[in-house]
Design a binder for this molecule. Structure first.
Ligand SMILES: Nc1ncnc2c1ncn2[C@@H]1O[C@H](COP(=O)(O)OP(=O)(O)OP(=O)(O)O)[C@@H](O)[C@H]1O
Ligand SMILES: [Mg+2]
Length: 459
């Protein structure tokens, strides 16, 4: 909220300005005299004061200005002056009123100026990370978010799902936390003492996926050794079939049988094996569409869809963004970073996050590595968010030609190290290779340049 106090004895002008500013979303109060103005300044604590130079007697605008300066409360001041009193305006500027408008006031000019001051104010203003969140928004190291979050409903359902032991289908765009939820379900279920085994159905070709899931029977002729599959190894526990939408129809048929009969045969074998596993499946595909196109078995879809969770995208849960920022900053920087500028926060809230939580997590990790002080600013955000060609310290298109004005070799080194770490997902061995130095030397330089590394991603 940006608060403006207007001190102006010309009532008509004061009211007109108030109305226009309010129409533009500002919170405005008016005072018609210097005394009233000062009282309101103290109670209202405006971010900006717009005051006439000539209320009641010639230099009372200056008077107010002096008082504001001495009060220790920070506020910008716009002085409204008649052309004739330019001399006074100069004095006002000496006192720190950087802006003035001459009468007659053009509303358009006023609005432009206010907007400029507001954005300057927001750029400077720092939000304390811990003030971002209103109440504890996490559960078991999972961000649930704001009280208004659509995720709260998902969590209410989760308790029932955990208790029921039925098959679960988790849907949601990439990076919305499907894996996180699948693990949470297992961890809190009665199966938690048995294995949780995950398989990415999209990453393996059909034959490999089948032997992975169901195991292989010994084939002496070809020297293939017998090997139990995931379903056998997970007996008693949970199998997480990630990206199930990418599974071939043949494999789908076998999965359907596991669901219906809890049995299967190893690849190349004919002995029927019985197991007790819970299946959690996840996909970012549109199943109805896949079924219609004949790419997904309808009966399997209905079997899986008993208990379903649809995870909201990050753009649908913007109120939760501050909770995630706090969570990831704590997770990856400990207590080193304590704030974020208001403008950086706004950029993060305005962005539409196609990669959802994973993308946000990466943005924070990167910002932690880049930041020098203890506050995240716009400079540490990638260009997708800021719309700026490149950030100050992340110039990816660096030309290896000494600029005329010279360069700080130290800064250049720091920049390169950060880029190498960024590119290798903080793998120091790989980053060192990219930079042509030893891993030990890189560690030394990371310390020397005070580059904060995110904590290990896989705790
Ligand atoms: N609620 C949450 N709280 C904290 N971290 C989360 C949460 N949800 C997701 N994450 C983090 O976001 C990243 C992506 O989550 P996850 O891998 O579960 O997404 P996904 O939906 O499985 O994505 P994909 O479809 O790409 O596989 C992970 O690093 C995870 O730790
Ligand atoms: Mg996943």
């Amino acid at each position: 909220m940006y608060k403006i106090l207007i001190i102006e004895d010309e009532k008509k002008l004061a009211l007109l300005m108030k109305e226009q500013l309010e129409d533009n979303g500002y919170t405005v109060d008016i005072a018609f005299s210097e005394i009233q103005g000062w009282e309101k300044f103290l109670s209202f604590k405006p971010n900006l004061v717009i005051t006439d130079m000539k209320i009641e007697y010639p230099d009372s605008g200056i008077n107010i200005l002096k008082k504001i300066k001495d009060s220790g409360l920070h506020s910008d001041v716009i002085i409204i002056t008649a052309y004739a009193s330019l001399e006074v305006a100069v004095e006002a500027m000496k006192l720190g009123a950087f802006e003035y408008l001459t009468k007659p006031i053009r509303i358009e000019n006023l609005l432009n100026l206010v907007q400029k001051l507001q954005s300057r104010f927001e750029k400077m203003e720092i939000v304390n990370i811990d003030n971002l969140v209103k109440e504890k928004g996490t559960f078991d190291n999972i961000v649930v978010g704001a009280p208004t979050s659509p995720m709260r409903r998902v969590y209410e359902m989760l308790a029932r799902i955990i208790a029921s032991d039925g098959t679960v289908l988790i849907r949601g765009e990439s990076g919305t936390g499907k894996e996180v939820i699948a693990k949470a379900i297992h961890k809190h279920s009665s199966r938690s003492n048995f294995p949780f085994i995950q398989v990415n159905c999209a990453a393996l070709v059909e034959t490999l996926l089948e032997s992975e899931l169901f195991g292989i029977e010994e084939r002496i002729a070809t020297g293939v050794k017998a090997r139990p599959g995931i379903f056998e190894r997970a007996n008693g526990g949970t199998v997480f079939l990630d990206e199930i939408g990418d599974m071939s129809l043949a494999t789908q048929t076998k999965i359907l049988r596991v669901l219906q009969e809890k049995s299967f045969e190893r690849v190349g074998g004919n002995k029927t094996i019985n197991v007790d596993v819970r299946i959690i499946a996840a996909s970012n595909r549109d199943f109805e569409e896949e079924v219609k196109k004949g790419r997904f078995r309808e009966d399997l879809y209905y079997r899986l869809n008993v208990l379903r969770i649809t995870l909201p995208t990050l753009r649908e849960r913007k109120d939760d963004i501050p909770y995630f920022i706090q969570f990831f900053l704590n997770k990856y920087s400990g207590l080193k970073i304590t704030g974020i500028t208001k403008s950086a926060l706004k950029k993060m809230i305005d962005y539409d996050w196609p990669g959802n939580i994973r993308e946000l997590e990466n943005v924070i990790m990167r910002a932690i590595a880049l930041v020098r002080g203890n506050v995240i600013t716009e400079d540490e955000l990638p260009r997708e968010l800021t719309g700026k060609p490149t950030g100050r310290r992340t110039n990816e298109d660096i030309q290896l030609r000494l600029p005329d004005e010279g360069v700080s070799l130290d800064e250049l080194e720091r920049m390169m190290i950060i880029q190498a770490l960024d590119r290798t997902n903080y793998n120091q061995t790989k980053a060192a290779k990219l930079l042509g130095i030893s891993r030990r030397r890189l560690s030394y330089k990371i310390e020397k340049h005070n580059i904060i590394l995110p904590f290990s991603k896989n705790e």
